[in-house]
Design a protein around this ligand. Structure first.
Ligand code: ADP
Length: 631
């Protein structure tokens, strides 16, 4: 009988599995049990849809150990697999994502791919030298047997099996100096593993165990004698974790559940477990991951919470339960008040579901606020991972959620370069300050180099450093915080001056109007104005913007697809009124206006560079530098 080869990817993964000195070999049992449980779920649904006569207690998982032959059997009476299923499901690894991940991170040897993604069925090869899967699919006549000893491929043949379901037989590897595989054949070990990983599986996991029972004896004084009997025990409590009381659950249990269920290799940064009674009663168990999943910021990512009714899952990802700004939350909701047969379409309009979704959002908000006030460091770590999502939340839907989210925002500020909330910023404001100053740029370092930063700091004002693309859009949506307006320090109307200073600089601009207009003409529509400023200290020039669109926003809009270039910031070239560059300007204005045109361009290009903007004609810029350097 010809052996079939595994698909290339699967082969690599298998190789990894067989050869890895993987420390958590024990997860193989969890993976096989969870496959069995899925198969039972599938049959359960099918029978329900067909209105068959059955009860849930008809479904079970059984573990059989044969120490002599060194095998463990995991048996289920679930949906089973047809010949094609065996071929397609076991001949190829479903989660090829794990391999891609490994490939991208080839250097990082200790990346725990297996732990991270839970590679399902294949994990059995960590402990097995041979695996046999006998299966009969629901409503099929013939059963098939899939056999493989690892990398050299697999065979599929017909076999005898009376009832629907699957038997997975794993032949445990021989013990080595370092690895005691035979431990997995011990009853205590299997019991402990089921308790640890699979306790909440909703179907009974049964196993025949040896128990000693006292032998009846009429002589009361005689020493009691025992005999060994075989008894079938159910190893799992079948109570879903979220139905247990919070104070009965250890942190590790939450952690383990989260890792298994959501395929994360790290513990969540926050667990939110609550029971709600009221208009609609439900339990919810939610987790905030420590880091964004690798696909989080792509369109492949699907938000949502699993939806259960009385412990039975009715939907794996109900997206209506989570607002977009909290799309990073993982978890589930279980409510006895929802109907089991509810369809997706009905669900969308379901009144009760809407009530739950509202309450869930509130709960997440309040937990985040609590974390912000009580566990600041943790919150900052959370914000580094998901803050951008909250900022998008402020901006999206025309700001509908800004009031919910504004207190959750934090920014690095010029105050010790630490994170600050908006309300902390406001508390530190100087007397009479009515504006929250912020600056935008690629990085804090770049923002610090802006000439305006120096000027605003010199006046004693704190600046929020904004480095995410969405930042300024979100701030504009907020408009104000506690009555204080936001202002970009690169705004043309920064207005930091005293009345006297204002009068002085206005006067200068008025007096030099003609010259400034000449310079503006030299730049055409690149700028809307050229003017003098008193806010610069060391720099000769800077750019500011007028109107609602800042330079940073223009830059971001430019990168967007379908940008038609119509959205342009109105840029003002500002010249330091005290800078020695003025002598040259004045001289050229009097003697050589043509050269002043060129010099103005040079100043403009310089100012663009200082502001972190691109130069559209580097050639011209370079020629200008040469021209003026030589003369
Ligand atoms: P996953 O369970 O994550 O899809 P696995 O590699 O564990 O990945 O399993 C691959 C597929 O094989 C499953 O999706 C399922 O369709 C099928 N399968 C595995 N075990 C069983 C079983 N006991 N009964 C029915 N189908 C199974």
């Amino acid at each position: 009988m010809a052996k079939k080869q595994f698909k290339a990817e699967s082969k690599k993964l298998l190789d990894m599995m067989i050869n890895s000195i993987y420390t958590h070999k024990e997860i193989f049992l969890r993976e096989l049990i969870s496959n069995a449980s899925d198969a039972l779920d599938k049959l359960y649904f099918k029978k329900m849809a067909e209105h068959s006569d059955f009860t849930k207690s008809d479904f079970y998982i059984e573990i059989q150990v044969d120490k002599e032959n060194k095998t463990i059997k995991i048996i289920d009476n679930g949906i089973g697999m047809s010949k094609d299923d065996l071929e397609n499901n076991l001949g190829v690894i479903a989660k090829s994502g794990s391999l891609d991940f490994k490939k991208q991170n080839e250097d990082a040897e200790d990346i725990d791919v297996i732990g991270q993604f839970g590679v399902g069925f294949y994990s059995a090869f960590m402990v097995a030298k041979k695996i046999t899967v006998e299966s009969k699919a629901y409503a099929y006549e013939t059963a098939y047997k899939w056999v493989s000893s690892g990398v050299d491929g697999y065979t599929i043949t017909e076999c005898e099996k009376a009832s629907t379901g699957t038997i997975v037989t794993i032949e445990i590897k021989d013990d080595t100096e370092n690895e005691k595989y035979s431990e997995f054949l011990e009853e205590y070990k299997i019991k402990a593993l089921v308790k640890k990983y699979s306790d909440y599986i909703r179907y009974p996991i049964k196993m025949e165990v040896e128990v000693s029972v006292p032998i009846e004896n009429n002589d009361k004084d005689a020493k009691p004698k025992y005999e060994t009997k075989i008894e079938v025990q159910t190893l799992n409590s079948m109570v879903p974790l979220w139905h247990k009381n919070k104070n009965e659950i250890k942190d590790e249990e939450y952690e383990q559940f989260y890792k298994d269920r959501f395929h994360d290799y790290e513990a969540p940064i926050k667990v939110i477990h609550s029971k709600t009674e009221g208009q609609v009663s439900y339990d919810s168990l939610m987790f905030i991951p420590k880091r964004p999943p690798f696909d989080y910021y792509t369109k492949d990512y699907e938000k949502g919470l699993a939806l259960y009714t009385s412990g039975v899952m009715i939907m794996e990802k109900c997206k209506d339960l989570l607002p977009d700004h909290y799309s990073f939350v993982k978890g589930l909701v279980d409510s006895a008040d929802l109907s089991l047969n509810i369809s997706r379409e009905i669900l969308q309009h379901d009144h009760q579901l809407k009530i739950i979704a509202k309450a869930i959002e509130k709960k997440i908000t309040s937990e985040l606020k609590k974390m912000l006030s009580n566990e600041r460091e943790k919150y900052e770590e959370f914000f580094k991972a998901f803050g951008v999502q909250l900022k998008f939340g402020v901006y999206n839907e025309f700001g509908a959620n800004k009031d919910t989210l504004k207190d959750l925002l934090i920014y690095i500020s010029s105050n010790e370069e630490k994170y600050t909330t908006l309300s902390e910023y406001v508390m530190r404001m100087k007397d009479g300050q009515d504006t929250i100053y912020y600056a935008c740029g690629e990085s804090v370092e770049k923002i610090k180099l802006l000439p305006q930063t120096e000027a605003v700091k010199a006046k004693g004002y704190e600046i929020l450093y904004m480095t995410d693309n969405v930042d300024e859009f979100a701030v504009q949506m907020l408009m104000e915080f506690e009555g204080k307006k936001f202002k970009n320090i690169c705004d043309g109307n920064l207005d930091l001056d005293t009345d006297e200073e204002k009068e002085q600089i206005n006067k200068k601009n008025e007096e030099e109007k003609e010259k400034l207009e000449f310079m503006k003409e030299a730049l055409g529509d690149k700028v809307s104005q050229v003017k003098y400023t008193d806010k610069l200290t060391s720099s000769a020039v800077c750019l500011s913007s007028e109107g609602y669109l800042s330079m940073e926003m223009e830059k971001i809009l430019k990168q967007m697809p379908n940008n038609d270039g119509m959205m342009k910031a109105q840029i003002v070239l500002e010249i330091n009124s005290d800078h020695s560059v003025n002598e040259k300007i004045n001289k050229l204005y009097n003697d050589d206006k043509e050269t002043l045109k060129k010099f103005t361009k040079l100043l403009y290009y310089q100012a663009r560079l200082i502001s972190g903007l691109e130069i559209d004609n580097p050639q011209e810029f370079s020629n200008l530098i040469c021209e003026f350097a030589i003369d």
